[in-house]
Design a protein around this ligand. Sequence first.
Ligand SMILES: [Zn+2]
Length: 431
Amino acid sequence: MFDLIIRNANLPDGRSGIDIAIANGEIAEVASRIEAEAGEEIDATGRLVSPPFVDPHFHMDATLSLGLPRMNRSGTLLEGIALWGELRPILTREALVERALRYCDLAVSQGLLAIRSHVDTSDPRLVTAEALIEVREKVAPYIDLQLVAFPQDGYYRSPGGVDALNRALDMGLDIVGGIPHFERTMADGAASVAALCRIAADRGLPVDMHCDETDDPMSRHIETLAAETVRFGLQGRVAGSHLTSMHSMDNYYVSKLIPLMTEAQINVIPNPLINIMLQGRHDTYPKRRGMTRVRELMEAGLNVSFGHDCVMDPWYSMGSGDMLEVGHMAVHVAQMAGIEDKKKIFDALTVNSAKTMGLEGYGLEKGGNADLVILQARDPVEALRLKANRLTVIRRGKVIARSAPRIAELNLDGRPATVDGAAYAPIVPGA
Ligand SMILES: [Zn+2]
């Protein structure tokens, strides 16, 4: 007797007609026909059942603050940072907690059950860290929330930046952040990378830096980050977020850089929505796309996972907590439109991100956490195309969100009475 059985599921790896049995919050069995009873059964009717979406790069202290205290007029990264600097002194713990919890509600409705958030440590009050630690506890039953100590105004550049970041880690933030391209000089940026990797090694923590988030082809902080990762023996525990400069770098140099990143096992986190919106702003025409070299990094064997980065904040006025929207943009900006390409993009929103975050018990295997999402789509390729509706979201075996299928009623003579967008999947030979 199981607690729950999901019947007739399609899995992301292509298996179909699969039953998933759940007991005590864990996946007890995955098989083509489970002959057993359960307290509850859900018929997936041949739809995709995926492990939950995972966002490895977000800013939960800024989300849903759009319009406070004013809008970003130029739409640039630098005005966004300046605007955030205006808002930061008037932030309260209560308002931060309320906005973050509202965002987590939205995330759950989108099947997004693990988030790594950067937390700005530039205000010495550290009200952001206090608030997000409270949120991490409150949402723990339904979202795995990791917190990065992030010196938005620069580790060295901002007076008190060194002290505040260390105090935030003492308070219990999980990961060491950084922003080397925002330091005053390339040398200061490199020094900050070395100092922050040393802190991570001393404290036994992972590293996740905003790194080379510029269009400067000469920005070299990812090289330093990879080299320091190897020097401190942090292989596999370091993430390079954005890496947009790699888009503009000299090809010969990149042919030397990528093997170094591979040696350091850097987790690469592009943020397609934000990168396409904020990069190339100094270009006239042609304008660069600015996202890092996703295909080449994947082909080199690096773990690439996509972040949402921002939802309705000083940097980005759009966003809806939908990681499929992130993947949809990635397909376009990386020009990865082949069937195998799209499967890799879907993995970058799920299994790869879980690896970046070091999540335990993630995935649809026996013994794993019973965390999963039933989508209104047949497979990962269709899920991306449709930004598919999340019909059922399950955490530790319990349904925590449900949506009605998105089906339109038609009123046309001689045409069908209803339209289900997910019924338009093409017949692809060999797919
Ligand atoms: Zn960011």
